[in-house]
Design a protein around this ligand. Structure first.
Ligand SMILES: *Cc1c(COP(=O)(O)O)cnc(C)c1O
Length: 470
């Protein structure tokens, strides 16, 4: 099983190397050179199986022989043991043919834990057989950072630097990043937006020599291992609702296009998914792209769903690559155009393909409030704002086709965004017991300007890897 870059200029590498590298050296994203598929019988066999056992098959197909299967199985078991629900990602019914897939039972209360717990295991394992040490740098709109700090805090041979937009994350998100006592993790509040943080991480990669000097790796949603891990719950949810005998649709609150792309991967692997519905907030680049065929950047507007306050939806590059018949020249041209002019056009044929599999809906602040209030009143169930966007979009899909079940991904626990939830529902969601003292923990954070040079200096000064190699 080899992985190549969407930009076509990087040598093929295996799953572990793709995970350790994150972003390909040519600036592209890793995708399997050939898509693995699962037979109908294999998928049917997932009915009633434990989550970890499904994960072993699905992720195993993407890992190939890069990791011994006994090791991979053990890491998968360890990754999902700390989830507070036995089903790991349980499905709950929200209406006729309408379901919520609860992805927030991990340690930091958002779906990012599903991938990050496994990445922690994989990263702990890989350096023993490959690199000596790794420095993880990640940009976060809030949830990736908390999940990474929780999953990697205390690991011996990994240093973690998390960049988040100063003042633009919720208090709970910030506290989860700044409240860690692990000496190998560093929360950096950058004076800029999430897109600035993400551009900074890409810049660090491009900075001559820096990447090798510190053994740099990224754990953003561009990391293939994260996509691979997120594919699993599409299988468990769809099979619980009758797949492979019956198609299922998914509605996904979307920012960086990672989570919903994992759904596309599941479909590509053989899962009968009828439609993938993108739910966005006012930062609606994906909805505009589907409507107009032009991917065009605009400024980021802060919303009550901060984890989706993103314009540059990095993983869209993977879909563009696939929809363009895997033609890397098309991707290279589009990305060059994007950095030159802030926009690119999608060719008509590629756009048609994208539209045949995806739909999109923009859910504004008023609709989010409405959805949270309605579900609190009707179902006595508390939604977080991101999940409300997914559920709202799911209802649209269901109106168009009432016979195919729709699963909305519940990406965060309401207690992660208590202010917005309380304003909408009148109910202040409580943190679960393991986080009850979160708001009392001392905070450790460094505020840095939106300057790559300063961030590089900080990482050199505080990383053990850099010191070790110096
Ligand atoms: C990260 C995140 C999203 C968006 O996921 P992408 O993979 O970036 O599309 C949605 N909801 C929550 C709660 C998140 O943390």
């Amino acid at each position: 099983m080899l992985y190549g870059s969407t930009r076509g200029q990087a040598p093929g590498i295996d799953f572990v190397e793709a995970m350790l590298t994150g972003l390909a050296p040519d600036g592209g994203l890793y995708v399997p050179e050939r898509w693995p598929t699962l037979s109908r019988d294999t998928i049917a066999g997932f009915a009633g199986a434990r989550y970890a056992d499904v994960a072993k098959v699905v992720i195993g197909a993407m890992v190939g022989d890069a990791i011994a299967s006994a090791d991979l199985d053990r890491m998968i078991e360890a990754a999902y043991a700390p989830f507070r629900h036995k089903a790991v990602c349980p499905l709950v019914q929200a209406g006729d043919n309408l379901f919520l897939l609860e992805l927030f039972h991990g340690p930091t209360l958002a779906f990012k834990d599903v991938a990050m717990r496994l990445l922690g295991q994989l990263l702990d394992h890989a350096p023993k057989t490959r690199a000596a040490r790794a420095t993880i740098v990640g940009a976060t709109s809030g949830d990736t950072g908390s999940a990474a700090i929780d999953a990697f805090g205390g690991l011996d041979h990994v240093d973690v630097f998390i960049l988040y937009p100063h003042g633009r994350v919720s208090e709970v998100q910030r506290r989860q990043m700044t409240g860690s006592r692990a000496p190998n993790v560093h929360a950096l509040a950058i004076e800029g937006t999430f897109d600035d943080c993400q551009a900074m991480v890409k810049g660090l990669f491009a900075s001559p020599g820096f990447r090798e000097e510190i053994g740099l790796s990224v754990v953003n949603s561009i990391n293939w291992a994260r996509i691979a891990a997120q594919t699993v719950y599409y299988f468990t949810a769809a099979v619980a609702l009758g797949a492979p005998g019956r198609p299922v649709s998914f509605a996904v609150p979307t920012g960086n296009f990672g989570d919903i792309f994992a759904g596309w991967v599941a479909k590509r692997m053989g899962l009968p998914i009828e439609r993938l519905m993108i739910g966005t907030n006012e930062n609606d680049i994906l909805a505009r792209t589907l409507a107009t065929g032009t991917y065009q950047l605009r400024g980021v507007i802060p919303t009550t769903s901060p984890s989706m306050d993103i314009q540059v939806s990095s993983n869209f590059e993977r879909l563009l690559f696939e929809a363009s018949d895997r033609d890397s020249a098309t991707v290279v041209d589009a990305m060059a155009e994007l950095s030159r002019t802030g926009a690119f056009r999608i060719a008509p044929q590629a756009l048609d393909r994208i539209r045949s599999e995806f739909a999109a809906e923009t859910v504004d602040a008023a609709a989010v409030t409405d959805e949270i209030a309605a579900v609190q009143r009707d179902n006595d169930y508390t939604l977080d704002p991101h999940t409300a966007i997914g559920l709202r979009a799911a209802r649209t899909l269901l109106r168009q086709n009432p016979t195919t079940p729709v699963v909305a991904l519940a990406t965060a626990h309401a207690a992660k965004f208590p202010d917005a939830v309380e304003r909408a529902s009148g109910v202040r969601p409580k943190l679960p017991p393991h986080l009850a003292d979160l708001l009392d923990r001392p905070e450790r954070v460094s505020v840095l300007p939106n300057s790559r040079a300063e961030v590089e200096t900080f990482i050199r000064r505080h990383g053990r890897v850099a010191k070790h190699r110096a």
